[in-house]
Design a protein. Structure first.
Length: 221
């Protein structure tokens, strides 16, 4: 095969092209490396820290219904006693709440809650408002409760209904409203849903046994 002999000018031109091309690739590689290094620094800089999570929870406080037990006086008459813990920064001065009662099988009890008033009728639920004083980060003292009418034992009281309260084994309570010492009023936005779920409904035993502690989130401004 015949080939053309390379001249000096051609040789120098070829070398210039090779060096120029190599220089371009080297510059491109350095630029790419710098870019990747910058990306790595950005990724390693954490955007979410523990303090961020704490800030998200800052405006949320709680009130806890620790329990609501069916207890008995010395004469055997039943009563409901509930315990509240105030995990807010203001004292609780008044509460409004609903009480429900169930027998040992989880069936709702339609009882005479206000048996002293003979004009009242039996019902599955009882909504009451009470004055109280629970300081911030304090658990309510164990001192009394809501008496239930047991016609077999409470002979000194007027006879009303069949005295189903003596069948009460569980009680579910839910706060409807809380008034604080600083004048703040908290209304439970979940109350209506709670009422529809439990009032007058048969409830599984394991749910009744594991209902407490029941926590309410109190959102502050």
């Amino acid at each position: 095969m015949n080939t053309k002999r390379m001249t000096i000018i051609t040789f120098l031109s070829a070398c210039l092209i090779v060096f120029a091309t190599a220089g371009l690739f080297a510059t491109s590689a350095i630029t790419s490396t710098d870019s990747r290094t910058g990306d790595t620094l950005t990724i390693n800089d954490p955007k979410t820290t523990t303090s961020d999570f704490a800030a998200d929870k800052k405006g949320v406080m709680t009130i806890i219904h620790e329990s609501a037990d069916i207890l008995h006086y010395e004469d055997g008459a039943p009563y409901i006693h509930d315990i509240l813990t105030n995990n807010t920064d203001s004292a609780i001065t008044e509460t409004q709440y609903c009480m429900l009662a169930y027998n040992e099988n989880g069936s709702p009890l339609k009882i005479y809650w206000n048996f002293v008033d003979s004009s009242t009728e039996s019902s599955f639920e009882n909504v009451v408002r009470t004055k109280t004083n629970i300081l911030p980060n304090q658990t309510e003292r164990y001192c009394g409760g809501w008496s239930l009418y047991d016609g077999e034992i409470m002979e000194d009281f007027p006879k009303v209904g069949s005295g189903e309260a003596n069948q009460a084994a569980y009680s579910l309570l839910c706060l409807k409203q809380v008034i604080f010492e600083d004048g703040t009023v908290w209304n439970n936005s979940d109350y209506e849903n709670w009422f529809k779920t439990y009032a007058g409904k048969e409830i599984a035993i394991d749910e009744l046994q594991n209902y407490y502690p029941y926590e309410y989130e109190i959102e502050s401004d």
